[in-house]
Design a protein around this ligand. Structure first.
Ligand code: SIN
Length: 329
């Protein structure tokens, strides 16, 4: 019997439509519905009983916490009602890694959840959408995909939601993880896994979004030469609950910004040090950072650290507990 796979569509370039087959920018993302995407790849029916559902039709730069909550709740509902053996999500590539990490922390199932997308619109010559959708279904039905956390499958490669990053604005080989590499690849249509991501996820996650209609407000502030207090003051005045400082190197903070971030922690705002670097961990450094109660963001990108801090703040404001979460997820 073939497995049941649900495809949840959210828009993006994989559903993008342009006037010319040579156009790969300036098109309308999210123009095509889920039925068009499924009909374009009849081969997926060889592997699964496929049904589709349209969650939203957006350019993923416009993703919101509300859409994340809707998506995570719907996935948990599908699995708890045993409506599918695995889920594929079609998504714009611009924020795909953020949605993947959010779901990695909030879906409570070992069943496969696989995100895919495309860098070239559906109407382009050599569009990557159809093969990526077919391969995502192949990954979702593969028994080795169970228990691996939320997966990202594009360009014949399988990455972990926690580690993957969009690294190139245009090329189809954009999803990478410079430090740890791929989880696996899709060899002539067959998914092969070579390693796992060891951090807590999905069925082993403590985060529960069932009763939530919104997430705590957390902003990212990007450190730079000549930095100052302007954005930190604005964040404090806006009443944010957390700040992720994308610092230099090992999460280092410009002296002109540090005293204002310390003011934020004095007011109960949780401050995470992360890094502008695309690899490496942020670990304890200056004594002043410890004295000022800044927490260490490990090797999460600033935008993934923001998601973990949002979810952490739904459970606690205790800084040692939040640091534990950053050490575990
Ligand atoms: C988007 O993220 O929705 C547009 C870009 C893309 O999907 O590649």
């Amino acid at each position: 019997m073939k497995p049941n796979i649900k495809i949840l569509a959210t828009g993006g370039t994989i559903a993008g439509s342009a006037k010319l087959s040579t156009t790969t920018t300036g098109y309308k993302a999210g123009a095509l519905g889920i039925d068009s995407l499924i009909n374009a790849v009849p081969e997926i029916h060889e592997f699964a009983n496929v049904t589709g559902e349209q969650i939203c039709s957006i350019d993923s730069k416009d993703i919101t916490d509300e859409i994340w909550l809707t998506l995570a709740k719907r996935i948990n509902e599908i699995f708890s009602r045993d409506e599918a053996d695995g889920i594929v999500i079609t998504h714009g590539t611009d924020t795909l890694e953020e949605t993947a990490y959010f779901l990695n922390l909030t879906v409570h199932s070992d069943k496969p959840v696989v995100l895919t997308g495309a860098m070239r619109p559906a109407t382009a010559i050599s569009s990557d959408g159809s093969i990526n959708l077919l391969n995502a279904v192949r990954v979702a039905v593969n028994k080795n995909s169970f228990g691996k956390g939320v997966l990202v499958a594009l360009n014949d490669e399988i990455n972990s939601a926690r580690e993957v990053m969009k690294t190139n604005t245009l090329t189809v080989s954009t999803f990478r993880n410079f430090e740890f590499g791929l989880l696996g690849c899709i060899n002539d249509g067959t998914p092969e896994f070579y390693r796992t991501s060891t951090r807590r996820h999905t069925s082993n996650s403590e985060f529960d979004i069932d009763g939530l209609t919104e997430l705590p407000r957390v902003k990212i502030i990007y450190g730079h030469a000549g930095d100052d207090e302007i954005f930190i003051d604005a964040a404090i005045n806006a009443g944010v609950k957390g700040i992720v400082y994308a610092g230099m190197g090992n999460g280092s903070i410009h002296a002109n910004a540090e005293k204002f971030l310390a003011r934020a922690t004095d007011q109960g705002i949780v401050v995470i040090r992360s890094s502008r670097c695309s690899g490496g961990s942020v670990i304890p450094a200056e004594k002043s950072y410890v004295d000022e109660n800044f927490l260490d963001g490990d090797n999460l990108s600033p935008h993934k650290a923001r998601i973990l801090l949002q979810l952490a703040l739904t459970k606690t404001t205790d800084r040692s507990e939040i640091q534990r979460m950053f050490n575990q997820y």
